[in-house]
Design a protein. Structure first.
Length: 203
């Protein structure tokens, strides 16, 4: 989330960035299937949010600068959130360098983005493809509820942050997990929480 916020402030959305083969990483995303090419910042940011593209996120980190992102966090009073490595950086992980955050800080940054970003950026969250967590129990049922969300995954980790919107009613939710043993139970809990909120908004 802070990567997106700082990129929106610091980068020209029409600027083109070059992807080279040695910059491609695995995990979520589609750029790993294309290997090389030129992409606008706008396209990379949309891929970062809509399909959680790790390669796109790393290109943006390189363009903005990890130090710039962390300086922004410090300047704005976010002490728990730090970008200490790029995504899928196994060497950094083996050295114990991990990205950190807190639920309160991530929610504050998320709400700041939703309040200040243009509508085209909000559409990235609305059309986010990882819909199997908080909105998972009702997403394909055609309910009149908009969900703006962004998930995160890792070893023993499942996160989701979302805004549920029905007319002028809004509910923002964040769930961060760690050291989970039974992922199926974690996902079910996330879905049940989202379903409870959705039912309350629609009642």
């Amino acid at each position: 989330m802070p990567i997106l916020k700082v990129a929106l402030e610091k980068l020209d959305l029409n600027q083109q960035l070059v992807l080279k083969t040695d910059q491609v990483v695995g995990g979520a995303g589609v750029l790993q299937n294309f290997k090389e090419g030129r992409y606008t910042v706008r396209h990379l940011l949309s891929l970062m949010i809509v399909v959680s593209d790790n390669t796109a996120a790393n290109l943006i980190i390189d363009a903005v600068g990890m130090t710039t992102i962390n300086d922004w966090l410090s300047t704005h009073g976010f002490s728990a959130t730090r970008l200490n490595r790029k995504l899928m950086d196994r060497i950094a992980l083996s050295q114990g360098r991990e990205n950190t955050t807190s639920a309160n800080e991530m929610m504050t940054i998320f709400e700041l983005i939703l309040e200040t970003a243009p509508a085209s950026v909000l559409d990235w969250f609305l059309n986010q493809q990882m819909r199997f967590k908080l909105p998972g129990a009702f997403d394909e049922l055609g309910w009149p509820i908009d969900v703006y969300n962004k998930t995160g995954e890792g070893n023993g980790v499942d996160h989701d942050i979302a805004r549920f919107a029905v007319a002028d009613q809004l509910v923002d939710i964040i769930v961060l997990t760690q050291n989970q043993v039974d992922r199926s139970k974690t996902l079910l809990d996330l879905q049940q929480l989202g379903l409870t909120v959705a039912n309350a908004l629609l009642s």
